[in-house]
Design a protein. Structure first.
Length: 260
């Protein structure tokens, strides 16, 4: 019985695997070629055929040995076999049917001709740029400065001090790290001012930069938020990162995400 069950589960693993590896949207250049698909489906058909023969043979042996309890075997085997057969059919043909309905069963989506003309032209007057004193700041400031020149906008630079001293003493905190952060912002303000860009810098002290960015954005009501993002793909950065993702959900403001 254990060997029968182990053999019967093979089609339920092999067939979805063939569907998955034959899907160009998922596999890209690694998608199965035509000859691989032919061999794969031929192998799957052989496996299904051998399994059906195994089931018929095994059930026949059970019925022969059951004697007067044959009705019990039939009452159990027939519903289970029918259910498994239906499930296997669904696993096999559902992707083909979904693909067919996608292309032939749904009307094409068309946009009205006036859709583009009805869009308002964005005007940026206040641009908020949160800075975290990393290499991401350079790219974010470069993009924000370019837009500030084009729209004659004002830049608001925000830096959140997260150190233990800042969390306890707030604005009264005075450490080498805090002073370095202030000097860092002052240098940026001077360089942008030399390029005739209107800029204002703010330093806040908190253990939660995400909340401070949201709070300050609601205070000044910016027209655009520019944030730097890492280019790596660690788990915490799957969806823009652990700071950008909460901020974009909390604010109804256009956000420009600049990869560093």
């Amino acid at each position: 019985l254990s060997q029968v069950i182990l053999s019967m589960q093979l089609p339920f693993a092999v067939i979805p695997l063939i569907h998955f590896t034959s899907d160009r949207a998922k596999m890209g250049s690694f998608c199965n070629r035509a000859w691989v698909r032919v061999l794969a489906w031929t192998t799957a058909a052989v496996i299904v055929g051998l399994n059906m023969r195994l089931v018929i043979t095994s059930v026949s042996d059970w019925l022969a040995a059951a004697g007067e309890y044959r009705w019990l075997i039939l009452a159990i085997v027939i519903p289970v076999a029918a259910g498994l057969l239906l499930l296997l059919g669904w696993v096999t043909f559902e992707p083909f049917l979904s693909h067919w309905f996608k292309w032939f069963g749904r009307p094409p989506v068309t946009l009205p001709e006036t859709a583009a003309a009805a869009l308002p032209t964005p005007i940026y007057r206040r641009i908020l740029v949160p800075l975290d004193h990393t290499n991401l700041d350079r790219a974010a400031i470069a993009h924000a400065a370019a837009m500030a020149r084009q729209y004659q906008a004002k830049l608001y630079l925000l830096h959140v001090e997260e150190g233990v001293t800042s969390q306890i003493y707030g604005a009264l905190a005075s450490t080498a790290e805090v002073e370095l952060g202030r000097q860092y912002l002052d240098d940026i303000v001077k360089k942008l001012g030399a390029e005739a860009i209107d800029v204002e810098s703010v330093v806040v002290h908190s253990s939660n930069p995400k909340n401070e960015i949201v709070r300050y954005a609601r205070e000044i009501s910016p027209d655009l938020l520019v944030m730097g993002a890492h280019g790596h793909t660690r788990f915490k950065d799957l969806i823009f990162g652990d700071t950008i993702n909460p901020v974009r959900h909390a604010l109804d403001v256009p956000i420009l995400i600049v990869r560093g």
